[in-house]
Design a binder for this molecule. Structure first.
Ligand SMILES: [Zn+2]
Length: 125
């Protein structure tokens, strides 16, 4: 999966350890072209939840410009591996899940495959 390095530059500016910081990443096939930062309605440092209305609006706006949801991004206060709750939602949203450590910005991507989270190769563009 190819992701503009600008995503992490923005994340470093806007995300803090106070709350996990989610975004929906849009593009075509395996390439991210644009994204929408959404509110974490839980405002929790260890979990996130998106508002369904905001999510719906972001996805329909992107689709209107010919893009599709290709990945879901969020930060963790630790290693960029999916939590058990992430894995539960990865089942429901079978796009790539991109996770960044909010302290080190180590980043990894995952996809739900055969009952588990499998790593996805990540290339910064
Ligand atoms: Zn997570």
């Amino acid at each position: 999966m190819k992701i503009p390095a600008r995503l992490l530059e923005e994340a470093r500016r806007r995300c803090s350890p106070d709350a996990e910081c989610p975004a929906l990443l849009f593009g075509r096939e395996e390439t991210v072209l644009t994204w929408s930062w959404l509110r974490n309605v839980l405002n929790s440092p260890t979990a996130f939840l998106l508002d369904p209305e905001e999510m719906y609006r972001a996805i329909t706006d992107a689709e209107a410009s010919g893009l599709e949801l290709v990945a879901i991004f969020h930060t963790h206060p630790g290693p960029p591996a999916p939590s058990p709750i992430d894995i539960k939602y990865m089942r429901l949203w079978p796009v790539a899940w991109v996770i960044s450590n909010v302290y080190t910005w180590e980043t990894a991507a995952w996809r739900f495959k055969e009952g588990r989270a499998a790593p996805v190769h990540l290339e910064w563009i």
